[in-house]
Design a protein around this ligand. Structure first.
Ligand code: ATP
Length: 296
């Protein structure tokens, strides 16, 4: 069983500052560094580190950043299917202040243009039993089409609906696992009570809903069952960015390796708990060896 992640990739430039500049102000950073990013890339790498075969379907430009992304991901996922557009490769500028708060500006030209079923062979390559993972960065209609096609072919689908859909009324009828954080669950469902929110998401079509709750863990609702709260392992968090991506990718990888839903989620939560004890997004994701040890 293969994991197909269709999503966005980008180069992140992170600036560390004492405080954010105000409008019209220029402020020197204390440090800056480039890294690979994008929710699609993050989730594909986390899935691949479980040892599952992973194809990442994404789009870049034809520039130097595209070459860096290709080189950076080549050693991580075993199949890299990048569509090239005559557009600048997507970039995010991330500013982190002394208190750890962040501001992010993302250029998403390639992600907005990328329609996986139209620009790639994903429709032909996904097979019965595979896992297809998508997020909220690609065109909403293209995402819905791709999930529908995957579902039709007998693949299991995971949608991490982040960022939230803006235009369309969400229809999750092709989604086997909808993964959202607390704020997203409340925003889509209009319920503040999480159990009601999760129930509403199943009414919108999702077979299973996982609401991530940061240090409080997750709420899992399987259609026809009662919601179950799963506590996160207690850790001292230093940087929680990307925890959701680590959880989604690891969950997908474990499912592809044959784990039950409960056990895949438990391993994914243990992996995310390790990630929050480290700095960075992709950089905080446990290594392949660490994941193999966790899965024993
Ligand atoms: P991000 O956008 O930063 O990637 P998110 O908002 O999508 O995160 P969260 O709910 O913050 O997702 O975190 C995802 C999962 O990571 C949680 O369900 C939990 O399992 C784990 N996690 C996050 N923060 C902590 C923490 N402080 N301690 C232990 N586990 C954590």
């Amino acid at each position: 069983m293969r994991v197909h992640v269709a999503g966005n990739v980008c180069i992140d430039t992170t600036f560390r500052l004492d405080r954010f500049p105000q409008a019209g102000e220029t402020r020197n950073a204390m440090s800056h560094a480039d890294g690979l990013g994008g929710k699609g890339a993050n989730q594909a790498v986390a899935a691949a580190r479980t040892g599952a075969p992973v194809t990442l379907w994404a789009a870049t430009g034809r520039d130097a950043e595209a070459a860096r992304i290709r080189a950076g991901l080549a050693g991580e996922v075993d199949m890299l299917r990048l569509t090239n557009f005559d557009l600048p490769t997507d970039r995010s500028t991330i500013a982190v202040d002394a208190g750890g708060e962040n501001l992010i500006i993302s250029g998403v030209s390639c992600a907005a243009a990328f329609k996986p079923l139209y620009h790639s062979d994903i429709g032909d390559e996904v097979g019965r039993g595979d896992i297809v993972v998508m997020q909220g960065n690609l065109d909403e209609e293209a995402t819905a089409d791709c999930l529908r096609e995957a579902n039709r072919k007998g693949a299991r689908t995971i949608l991490n609906a982040s960022p939230l859909p803006k235009d369309t009324y969400p229809d999750f009828s092709s989604v086997d696992f909808l993964i959202v954080n607390e704020g997203e669950a409340q925003a889509i469902s209009s319920f503040s009570n999480l159990k009601d929110a999760a129930a509403e998401l199943t009414h919108l079509g999702a077979m299973n809903v996982i609401v991530t709750l940061g240090a409080r863990g997750c709420l899992l609702l399987r259609r026809g069952s009662k919601p179950v709260s799963i506590p996160a392992p207690p850790v001292t968090a230093v940087d929680t960015s990307g925890a959701g991506d680590v959880l989604c990718g690891t969950f997908a990888g474990c499912l592809a390796k044959g784990a039950s839903v409960a056990s895949a989620l438990e391993i994914a939560m243990r992996t995310a708990a390790i990630a929050v004890t480290r700095n960075g997004t992709l950089a905080s994701c446990p290594s392949r060896q660490e994941l193999i040890d966790l899965m024993k």
